[in-house]
Write a protein of this length. Structure first.
Length: 319
């Protein structure tokens, strides 16, 4: 095995189910921002952003991360940088859940089809959302990403059923962010912040594969309830999971891996890093922290391979 620091990297290559492609026009917070400014004014919004910038700078310093550079205008240059990250970090594929729009996501996967997978990303309540999703799938996108807290319409509303019908028909995974969103100063309350809101959708569409990232991002109890009730729901492990510090009870990666492994088993846990910006690039530190936690709670190596590779391969039908 090839060693990195004190941890052996596996001989098999990893599939990262949750990354973001860094690009200038990828403003996924815009729907929330527009509503806030309309109700409370731009001056208040700008004030919050100044405060948030300070909090996020403190977070990066705590993790010893560099300040992010401005996203490059040159799309193909950014793609090449990310292709090198895949090559240099024991990765088989990375999944870009956001890429600045469906058109760019399609372009990205065509540039590096052996390294990149990309998801559609548009609001499920926008006009012609279902048709837009179907077109994206036919163009080669392999999943659908939704930022729950920025969607105004409740995700359980039957008006959105055409979107779920398309995803179910083509058997693509839907990755839905629930819980707190963004860094300090981000979204802490919203119509679709609790993963339990998707319960009736998961029941109505049992062939739908719904993935909830970041261990529920503050809604661990509700996510476990959802996964107990709906066997077509999955959890992804992505990010620094900084939200654990803000819980009223003690949580860490060891506890989370042990709890989800003992309850839902190895087949419904999927590794992700939430990597995005440069010069940080692929955040191998998150991978190392996670695989260490999985090993420390004695998850067998065959099941570790499922979590860090095979489950993503199966959901994305990469075989």
């Amino acid at each position: 095995m090839r060693a990195y620091m004190e941890i052996d990297l596996p001989e098999w290559k990893v599939v990262d189910f949750h990354c973001h492609f860094p690009i200038i026009n990828d403003d996924w917070l815009k729907p929330y921002k527009d509503r806030y400014i309309k109700e409370f004014g731009k001056e208040n919004w700008d004030y919050i952003q100044i405060s948030a910038a300070s909090l996020n700078s403190q977070w990066r310093k705590a993790w010893c991360f560099p300040e992010p550079e401005e996203p490059a205008v040159d799309f193909e240059m950014q793609a090449k940088r990310w292709a090198d990250e895949v090559e240099n970090n024991n990765l088989e594929r990375v999944v870009f859940t956001t890429c600045g729009g469906n058109e760019l996501a399609v372009k990205l996967t065509k540039l590096y089809p052996d390294k990149f997978v990309a998801f559609a990303h548009h609001a499920p309540d926008e006009e012609n959302a279902a048709q837009k999703l179907e077109a994206a799938i036919k163009d080669g996108l392999k999943g659908y990403k939704i930022m729950g807290p920025v969607v105004k319409t409740p995700l359980c509303d039957k008006k959105l059923y055409p979107v779920w019908e398309v995803a179910s028909k083509y058997e693509i995974p839907i990755l839905i962010h629930f819980g707190i969103l963004g860094g300090g100063g981000g979204v802490g309350s919203a119509e679709n912040i609790n993963p339990i809101v998707i319960h009736d959708v998961a029941k109505a569409f049992p062939k739908l594969k719904i993935v909830i990232p970041h261990f529920g991002c503050g809604y661990t109890r509700e996510l476990l309830q959802l996964m107990w009730a709906c066997p077509n729901t999955y959890v992804d492990t992505s990010g620094n999971n900084e939200w654990m510090r803000w819980m009223p009870y003690e949580l860490n990666l060891n506890i989370l891996f042990k709890k989800f492994y003992e309850t839902v088993g190895p087949g419904r846990i999927i590794y992700g890093s939430d990597s995005e910006w440069f010069p940080r690039g692929y955040t191998i530190r998150y991978f190392l922290d996670q695989i260490r936690a999985a090993r420390q709670v004695s998850i067998p190596e065959d099941d570790i391979r499922k979590i860090f590779r095979e489950n993503a391969v199966d959901l994305l039908r990469l075989k």
